[in-house]
Every structure is written in C-alpha cells, then in structure tokens.
Design a protein around this ligand. Sequence first.
Ligand code: AMP
Length: 424
Amino acid sequence: MPFLSLGLLPTLAQAASALGFTDPTPIQSEAIPAVLTGADVLASAQTGSGKTAAFALPLLQRLQELPAENRHQYGRAIRALIVVPTRELAAQVGDVVRSLAQAQALPQSPKVVVASGGVSINPQMMALRGGADVLVATPGRLLDLAAQNAVQLATVRLLVLDEADRLLDLGFAEELDKVLTLLPPRRQSLFFSATFPPDVRALANQMLRDPVQISVASTELPPADITQRAIRVDTDKRTQLLRHLIKDQGWKRVLVFVATKYAAELVAEKLYKAKIYATAFHGDLSQGARKQVLAEFKDEQWEVVITTDLASRGIDIAKLPVVVNYDLPRSAVDYVHRIGRTGRAGEPGLAVSFVSADTEAHFHLIEKRQGLSLTLEEVVGFESTQIATPIVPQVTADKGGIKGNRPSKKDKLRALAAQGRPPV
Ligand code: AMP
C-alpha cells in the first residue's frame, strides 16, 4: 500500500484508502514523512493538491504516538489545533479529519471538534467539554472560546496553519498573534500556504523552528488539466452570454464569480427567471444557508451558483466541471484560486473568463503573471461592440504617474500591457 511506505501506521493507510485515496499526491508524499519525524514543516501547496490529508494523516499518527498521560490532562485540553480562514474550510477540514479518525478502527477514535463563527457558540462550548484531540477553528471564534475558558491551548502539541496567505488576506494577523501567545513554545507547527508574499514569510519565520521546506510543482500555476478560455463580450451582454453558454454547451454545474454580493444576487435572479436553477452564495447569507447552498450544489440541485471571492478558496466541490469569471478577479493569485475550484484531484475542468473593453488590459496583466496567452474568443451573436481602452498612466518627462508621482511598477506594467509588449 503506497501510503504505508510513507511511514504511516496500517490503520491510517487503510483510513486513507477507505476515503478512496490509493496513491499519495505529491504534497502527501513529501509532507507525511516530514511531519512524522516531528519536525516543523513549511509547505507551499494550493487547494486541490490533497494538502488536507497531507497534514491530517500524520497529525493523527503523531497524536497516537504522543504519551497517553497528556490526553485530556486538563478539562478542556486541545492536543492538535488546526487554524483555517473560513467557516467552509473549517467544516471541510473537520470532515476529512473526522473521516480519517473514524476509519481507523481504534478502541477510542480521536475526538474532533469544529468551531467557527456565524453560529451559536454554546454547542461548540458543550462539544469542547472534556477537551478534544483535534480542534479545527477559525481565529476569531477560537479566541472567543479561549476568552470564555472553553479551551485550554497551553496543551497544544501540534499546530497547523492552513491557507496562511488567506488568513492574512482576511485580516487575521492580529488574531493569529494572540493565538500564538496562548500556545506553548514547545510544539510541532505545520504551515501551509499557496503563496508566500512577505507578510506570510514573516509569519512563518515567527511560528516555525528549522522547518522542513516543501514545495510541490509551481504553486502559482493552475493544474494542467484545466482548460482556460477567455471570451470578449460587452459588459451589459454578460448575463445573456452566460445563459447562452449554459444552454448551448450543456453545462450542468457552473460556479460563477462576480465582484460583489449585489451582483451575485442580481445575476442569480436573472438566470432563475430564465429557468436556469441558479442561486447566490456570499458572505451575507447565514452560515446555515451557506452550508445548504453548498450541499445542494454538490447534490446537483443547483445548476449555477453565483458567488464572490468567498468561494474562491478552500471550497471543494467534487467534479465541478466549469468555473466562469463573470467579473475578473483583482489579482493573478485570486485567478488561480478561483479556477482551482475546477479540475480538482485529476478531473478535467474548464475555466472561462469574460473580458470586456474596460477589463482587457487588466486581463492581459493576469495572463502575464500566469505566463498565459489566451486567444480572446468571440461568440456569434455576442460580438463585442466596444473598443478596449488601454490604461495608460499619464507619464510626463520628469514627473509621471496618475497621482503625480513617479509611475509605479504596476503603472509601468499596465502601460506595457496596453502596448501589447512584455515587461522588460
Ligand atoms: P485538498 O487539497 O485537501 O482540498 O484535496 C482536494 C481533493 O483531493 C479532495 O477532494 C480530496 O478528497 C482529494 N484527494 C486528496 N488526497 C487524495 C489522494 N491521495 N488521491 C485521490 N484524491 C485525493
């Protein structure tokens, strides 16, 4: 059994195969043996790479290996803490850890608790009575629980920070600092992130001791089995084009990204009126409603879910065939995360971006960051009538830049993109 050769106990290797994992993914092959040595790990891995099992499997094994007298030493002791950025990811990671923990056929399977905001804290406090072997939590709710003495973090032996870049993107830096002060200095820490901008690096340096560094493939490049297409269309024709494509191409399950919650509602409503089962998914929905939409989408009860970047990370919808960028993402990194919702775990996927005259220059910037060069297609009946207006910074001889300062790196890139030239 390939998982056995990574040093996993037979019970855990079997638990992996019970979930249908036959061969380890690259991140699993690298991370599992490293975590099992007890070392800190710094892993560069994107969602869809199998990173959850890459930390969950060895984490469960480490918990079995740790001396039994540490178990529930205090009333509310936590032995392994997994910090994640969103409620959805908390639920998802919790499911994976729980399934692996339960599939192990141990006399007493490890207790796994998930705690995130947006729902009442009381059931979570109840669940944490007597402590937990594994707690999966979002930072804010974790601090609330700690403040109410519902968790004892000084006993944590293993810490996992999942999607560290996303945690910082969402403004959790302060909360993470506070969480770190509640943890014991002697612990094993695992740090997973898709990208490593300076603030993420700084956090990793603060958290880790001589980490084993793992990087599988290029983390900023989407998997090769995603077909990427770009279609030129006027802004006000996008909903019609989307409708047309859904019908014409026979798309059965589509995740559509828009820029705002309002747009998500509006587009969903228009599609619904056109007899396409579409609904919106965004941060204004209650936690219960969000869970329900996701479950129904997975169940194929919705054909189309229109969402904001809330769904761009950490959401795993098996065999999602199509992702559409109705509005372009703000950055190339967001682009990768969005299109990474499709083509997961070896399944083919399709990512389609709508590009209009006023977003064309921005799209070329994303393409450049991704090393892509897509043909801007046109769909018969939806040909673009607007002309792309290049974003050219008003650079003067001695003083340039839109704000009257020297042109920034972005200004220069935009100018080059507008002229169709690669950056020097
Ligand atoms: P993750 O990156 O952890 O979100 O995992 C992405 C998807 O890959 C999930 O649907 C997992 O169930 C699946 N997966 C994880 N590990 C494996 C594996 N070794 N073989 C096949 N599928 C896997």
